[in-house]
Design a protein around this ligand. Structure first.
Ligand SMILES: *Cc1c(COP(=O)(O)O)cnc(C)c1O
Length: 348
């Protein structure tokens, strides 16, 4: 049986979190002399002299409406990269615990594990880029705290079979972290609705991709109240700055604009696939549920350099295991995509 008490780090169990001025007095007052801020103001038109809300209540309340999930099940991070790091710091004992990664996948899980001195057990995806459930079951030991599953997966673009993720959730007594950075582009449903079913599920999403806010840095983790409470204790008190909180709140009013961009991206993705498939040095294009495609080519490095010479940058993933010869290409605007196609056609 999963129990948060079995996976939380000992020092975090007993951690007394930093208590900020904004934690100790909540409510409205006319004179704030409790946080050593500059009461005169900021040397800017917009005023940022006050510390931001450490729990980002206004943003979470809006997210509650969009995601259909109570505020107590939402954690906000300085990008989902911060949420990933906080998960390691909350649940993995450095030098003792391990996590399971399923390459090829997003690189930050490995970096975060290394920074936190947490052992990585690698169980590569199958040639179809799906989970090797038997391999994962064999790799799990008493010190395995988390399994990271990215779906739709970066860099392969496909979704991971839902039933396989549910098998992990039902049988693993640590956390299953489902990274849904690209969920807005996917035909698959989010795992958010499974939170009531599985106490060991953490869903990661971000405003960096479909929402077009990579520069503001806002990532989300959705999980049980118990997990979120631990993450909130471990996070830096003011991890989401005031400018980000205000601008995100404004951006979250424009759901329709974002949905329109998603539709355009999917149309453009289809066009890009059709255009690339015509080229004899493109061997295969993998099915994508994301805003990028993975193309297997005869000469990834050559095509990459050819494009760089023309001012076009794609991602060379050919050194990644199971991605030999592959380029990862983000879907751009119609103009950018036609520039890419014209340029790539002149290769050889
Ligand atoms: C881009 C990406 C993220 C986003 O990270 P942020 O820190 O929120 O910008 C997370 N996971 C995956 C798989 C990604 O590709």
């Amino acid at each position: 049986m999963f129990s948060i008490n079995n996976i939380i780090r000992q020092n975090i169990k007993t951690l007394k979190p930093y208590s900020s001025a904004r934690d100790e007095f909540q409510g409205e007052a006319s004179v704030y002399l409790d946080a050593n801020e500059n009461a005169f103001g900021s040397p800017l038109e917009q005023q940022y002299n006050r510390y931001p809300d450490p729990m980002q209540y206004a943003v979470k309340k809006r997210l509650m409406e969009i995601k259909g999930l109570p505020v107590r099940n939402i954690f906000l991070g300085n990008g989902s990269d911060e949420a990933i790091d906080i998960l390691f710091r909350s649940f993995c004992e450095p030098g003792i615990d391990n996590v399971i990664l399923v390459p090829p996948t997003y690189g930050m899980y490995e970096v975060s594990a290394n920074i936190n001195d947490v052992t990585i057990k690698r169980v590569p995806l199958t040639p179809e880029y799906q989970l090797n459930l038997e391999g994962i079951a064999e790799a799990i030991d008493e010190h395995t705290k988390m399994i990271f599953v990215c779906s739709p997966n970066n860099p392969t673009g496909n979704s991971i079979n839902r039933a396989d993720i549910e098998t992990l959730l039902a049988n693993f007594n640590g956390l299953v972290v489902v990274d849904e950075a690209y969920i807005n582009f996917s035909r698959q449903k989010t795992f958010i609705q499974e939170l009531t079913e599985y106490a060991n599920l953490v869903v990661l999403q971000t405003l960096s991709k479909a929402w077009g806010l990579a520069g503001l840095r806002l990532g989300m983790a959705f999980a049980s109240e118990e997990i979120i409470e631990v993450m909130n204790r471990v996070k830096p008190p003011y991890n989401i700055n005031e400018a980000t909180q205000q601008l995100v709140l404004e951006a979250l009013q424009n759901v329709e604009q974002v949905n329109d961009w998603i539709k355009q991206t999917l149309t453009e993705r289809d066009n890009l696939v059709l255009g690339l498939k015509e080229l004899d040095f493109v061997l295969d294009i993998y099915p994508s549920d994301a805003n990028f495609i993975l193309a297997k080519t005869t000469d990834a490095k050559g095509i990459y350099n050819h494009l760089v010479e023309r001012g076009i940058i794609v991602r060379d993933r050919s050194k990644v295991e199971l991605c030999e010869g592959c380029l990862r290409i983000t879907v751009g605007t119609p103009l950018e995509n036609s520039i890419l196609l014209e340029a790539v056609k002149t290769f050889r």
